[in-house]
Write a protein of this length. Structure first.
Length: 210
């Protein structure tokens, strides 16, 4: 289980007339991160710098990289990457694009500006946890389904689809522990599962907000 972001975020700050545009993305792998980076550089083609950092969990490895993109060494990419690591965020790419305002900031000023732009984007982002999980289809009577919906809502289980026939076929996302709690009727659940089928393994997301 690890923390990441729900959706892309774009924010900006201005420091001594230089504009710093921060774009924060969720990414699955390095190839996706590199493609987004190319797209951003095309979008802001007239900017002086598009500095970046990413921190990615892929299979059993953690892959990270940063770039100052022409800024003095250590003033942009590394501080941005350190902030991602300090916040324990994975599968994220942060790109901060700078439009020069005519006033030199110095190395300390650059570190401060790129750091503040990154922090502002993270503060605006919706932080979630992501973990290995399952997509499971349950078959229930209509009466049990109403009780099951209440249970899922209370336990933050995501119902992604429901089909109505003689009975209800309901598809949810859950981790292994959550699945076992339902299947084995732990805590004497007040509904009955008539049948179930594991459809696939997948990454599932949980909000950190209560």
């Amino acid at each position: 289980m690890y923390k990441t972001i729900k959706e892309s975020i774009c924010t900006q700050i201005v420091e001594k007339k230089s504009k710093f545009i921060a774009n924060l993305f969720y990414v699955e792998n390095v190839k996706e991160a590199e493609q987004i980076l190319q797209d951003i550089k095309k979008k802001y083609y007239d900017a002086r710098h598009s500095c970046y950092a990413y921190n990615i969990k892929y299979k059993d490895s953690i892959i990270f990289k940063s770039s100052d993109d022409g800024e003095p060494a250590g003033t942009a990419g590394a501080p941005m990457l350190n902030i991602l690591k300090k916040n324990e965020l994975y599968n994220v790419l942060i790109i901060v694009t700078r439009y020069f305002g005519g006033i030199l900031l110095g190395t300390g000023g650059l570190v401060k500006a790129y750091s503040e732009a990154t922090i502002k984007a993270i503060e605006k982002a919706r932080i979630i946890t992501q973990e290995d999980g399952l997509e499971i289809k349950f078959e229930l009577t209509y009466n049990d389904f109403e009780k099951f919906k209440i249970y899922c809502n209370k336990n933050l289980l995501n119902i992604i689809n429901s089909e109505y026939g003689e009975k209800v076929n309901c598809i949810i996302e859950a981790n292994e522990e959550e699945k076992n709690r339902i299947i084995n009727n732990i805590n004497n659940l007040n509904f009955k599962i008539d049948d179930y089928k594991i459809l696939k393994n997948k990454k599932i997301q949980k909000s950190t907000e209560k």
